[in-house]
Design a protein around this ligand. Sequence first.
Ligand code: GLN
Length: 296
Amino acid sequence: MTLREAQHLVRQRLDGLADRQEQRFLLETLAGMRWATLLAHPETPLTTAQETRLDRWLDERVAGKPIQYVTGEWTFMGLPLCVREGVLIPRDDTETLARTALAIAKASSFRTALDLCCGSGCLGVALAKLGGLRVTCADLSDEAIALTRENLTRNGVQARVVQGDFLDALPDDDPFDLIVCNPPYIPTDGIDALDRNVRAFEPRLALDGGSDGLAFYRRLAADAPRFLCADGFLALEIGFDQGPAVARLFEGWPEGRVIPDLNGNDRVFVARNPTHPSPPLSHHRPEDTCSTNSKD
Ligand code: GLN
């Protein structure tokens, strides 16, 4: 079978099920070539192993398995990652959190970061590789810990990898400049309303945020200050409708704000450790200070 024939076969089996972008990604991953190269050499024959793999991949995709689990490949922030069942697929939306965290780290010359609930390790890898930060990755799940290690190695970066329940396994005498966290945040009852394939293939542990979806934000609001440096930042992924509720949980944290993703949905919440001393008065703009000529 040639690449051109493979392309026809993919179209035949996946049209109406997977968009063209997914179909291209499948073929690119199978052939180990970029799309332009692939189109330029349509007569290239597939090896027997590639043909067998193509059949298996098409069967799995037709059965509803997400393309990332089918190929075992994905990219996040332009970085190649291994993905597998048992660990949440990195979402494009999560790049908003990665970009926000990288910008904060750069602006504040931060050196250390914790990726809490690291899953595939996508955020930790990005912070180490693109931000040059000294990173710790933490997760409860065996699969996540193994995959994070693989993805660090694959991207040529090192990090401390810690297994444990949320913050429990981390020493609180070695605080971080930055904590990023994409916790499970889907309300338990909302999981049944998610896309069928998300429910069927992705780990519930990485999705279930308790009865109102806010369980992990509550734990962070109570416990994160102990793990953050005095001027440290917390940067969290949140559900599109959780901005006001999360902001309320972190009331009293300086510089708290909600940031939208590329679709315009609320997606990230950031705030500075509340033990940070208030900025000196001279930093306030005049309109922020009490005015003596107000109308009272
Ligand atoms: N954004 C993911 C979804 O919609 C959920 C990720 C999470 O719970 N952290 O499926």
